[in-house]
Design a protein around this ligand. Structure first.
Ligand SMILES: [Zn+2]
Length: 252
């Protein structure tokens, strides 16, 4: 997950485009602005991207200047409002209108998850008034939080399905803190059941950095070396999940 505190903007001229009724004659080339998060291209034309579609289409086709043509799958993202942040997540195969999502098309989805502070978005919006207000975006879907939780597990712990996680917890988890190991396994099982029930439900909440969170987090430790630690969930009555050992998502 890239935290996009300082987006990089780069102005350029739209690629040449011929007027179809006048071969050899091209349209005047408008100014486009690229948006990068670190070195990842988020949008190639903030001005002409479709920010009001669902999912958003931040990449404009450089051949025909349309974000809805054959390049439609490139860069697709759901933008979701989570407290003071906008979370950008890739669509799932179930989100797109084609019956058969080939690997090629899937590979063209946005590949990175971004976390952008709302004040960064508001600054961009001051310069590009075509961007919708942050509160135009809905809270995150349960399925997006679930995918993110799995994607952000420490590399030595990561699995790609609830079933594999259950097996790993049973056979490779060796300790838990502060909850007892069995209690932690049950807690994770409860979260997995929650994630799989009505996965399109919107879940209002907020993101807090682990070091700023005033509650207690439960860590699970796995066989090693290197005995990886996975901070998985919030302990106590305030419910929440931990992402990448760094961010707490606390449900409202
Ligand atoms: Zn095109």
């Amino acid at each position: 997950m890239i935290v996009c505190d300082t987006p990089i903007l780069q102005e350029w001229l739209a690629p040449k485009q011929e007027i179809s009724s006048h071969p050899g004659v091209t349209y005047p080339r408008p100014k486009w602005t690229k948006l990068f998060a670190e070195d990842f291209l988020v949008s190639n034309s903030i001005e002409f991207a479709r920010w009001d579609s669902t999912p958003v289409q931040p990449i404009v086709c450089e051949t025909c200047w349309d974000s809805g043509c054959g390049s439609y799958t490139l860069g697709l993202a759901f933008i979701e409002l989570v407290g003071d942040y906008l979370l950008w997540v890739p669509p799932t195969a179930a989100d797109v209108p084609w019956e058969d999502v080939t690997d090629y098309r899937r590979s063209r989805f946005r590949q990175k998850t971004l976390l952008m502070p709302v004040n960064v978005w508001n600054n961009l919006r001051g310069r590009f008034p075509n961007l919708p207000a942050a509160d135009h975006f809905p809270p995150p879907r349960k399925c997006d939080l679930a995918n993110l939780w799995f994607d952000e597990m420490p590399e030595d712990v990561r699995v790609d399905s609830p079933e594999k996680l259950t097996v790993r917890l049973l056979h490779e988890a060796i300790a838990s803190d502060p909850s007892e190991l069995d209690e932690s396994r049950e807690n994770v099982a409860d979260w997995l059941a929650w994630m799989q029930t009505e996965p399109n439900t919107l879940v209002p909440g907020r993101f807090v950095r682990v070091q700023d969170f005033d509650g207690s987090l439960n860590s699970l430790f796995f066989e090693g070396p290197p005995f990886p630690e996975w901070k998985a969930f919030v302990v106590g009555p305030r419910r929440g999940l931990v992402f990448g050992n760094q961010w707490v998502f606390q449900l409202d």
